[in-house]
Design a protein around this ligand. Structure first.
Ligand SMILES: [Zn+2]
Ligand SMILES: [Zn+2]
Length: 315
């Protein structure tokens, strides 16, 4: 068994791109130091913040909540809240909510649960079925993504949040980057920056991707070592409909063969975000129907509702 590079205990993890090994204790220190460095580098937070953590009940967002709660004890001007969006995916989200409640109660963090059913009128399962019956061309992840983004922003703002944290990790970011490239969606690349939505609309809450520079595997180990790993890990039943899974295994194979290649992709991405952000700067308008920030006259959430026949408005 490999030994820690910093002491003589057994190692729990050896990042190949670093050529070192860490025991439990040194892993946690190293991991937290790395995230704090990301926070400083991209100026994620100020001294006074109400940080709303978008939490799904999965390992990444529970790890984000745990980490920020721990860090907040050293920053008197910070308040931490957790926000969970319940899409209503049978057998998936209900399990995750139990894990979410276990962690927020243990940490003593304020939280809010918002459901698709109450806010949109239908659960994701129902929306997917309705879209299918109407012959709409969208995949489940479209409904989920559009309504979730919409509700996260709206409720983070209503909670009084000054910044919304998502637990996107290095793997998520570089996967989306390659997906955008494969789809020719170059204009979406600036959204993959570490901070988005800065003062672009008065109703838009600034967003930061907490684990921007941390591979998924390391977030998993951190969650396990701090007992916030979900007790029941269930894969989203809709995941197999997404091309992300092909990209994910491709990127992981490349990382196996060439350690550090995920960081190289991130470096390319950051350079592109910088080069493209002015060209594709988004100037959000206000949705004519719901009053939320929108890229066009009508926001994506209201558009989807109209296509699904659940929003009847005369324009
Ligand atoms: Zn050690
Ligand atoms: Zn709208």
């Amino acid at each position: 068994m490999a030994k820690c590079s910093l002491c003589d205990r057994d190692a729990v993890y050896c990042p190949r791109y670093e050529g070192r090994c860490y025991c439990r204790e040194h892993f946690v220190k190293w991991f937290e130091g790395k995230v704090r460095k990301t926070i400083r580098k991209f100026s994620f937070f100020g001294k006074e913040e109400h940080i709303v953590v978008a939490t799904s009940g999965g390992k990444d967002s529970l790890a984000a909540l745990y980490f920020l709660h721990k860090l907040s004890r050293r920053v008197p001007g910070w308040k931490i809240s957790a926000l969970l969006i319940d899409e209503g995916i049978k057998g998936y989200r209900d399990e995750a909510i139990k894990d979410f409640l276990r962690v927020v109660e243990r940490l003593g963090v304020d939280y809010k649960i918002v459901s698709f059913k109450e806010e949109i009128g239908y659960s994701l399962d129902e929306l997917v079925q309705m879209g299918y019956e109407r012959g709409l061309p969208y995949k489940p992840c479209t409904y989920c993504g559009v309504f979730r983004r919409y509700l996260l922003n709206k409720h983070a703002r209503e909670l009084g949040g000054t910044v919304l944290v998502t637990a996107h990790n290095l793997d998520d970011v570089v996967q989306t980057f390659l997906l955008d490239l494969y789809r020719g969606d170059v204009k979406k690349i600036p959204r993959l920056g570490p901070v988005t939505g800065v003062s672009s609309h008065p109703k838009f809450v600034r967003r930061v991707k907490l684990f921007y520079e941390v591979p998924e595997k390391e977030v998993t180990i951190y969650a396990l070592l701090n007992d916030v790993y979900p007790s029941t890990f269930v894969e989203c039943p809709y995941a197999r409909f997404s091309p992300r899974w092909q990209i994910r295994s491709f990127i992981n194979r490349m990382e196996e063969l060439y350690p550090g290649s995920k960081y190289s992709l991130l470096k390319s991405l950051l350079a592109l975000v910088d080069a493209l952000k002015e060209k594709y700067r988004e100037r959000p308008r206000t949705c004519k129907i719901c009053g939320e920030p929108s890229s066009g006259e009508i926001c994506r959430a209201c558009q989807l509702k109209m296509e699904l026949g659940i929003l009847d408005v005369k324009l």
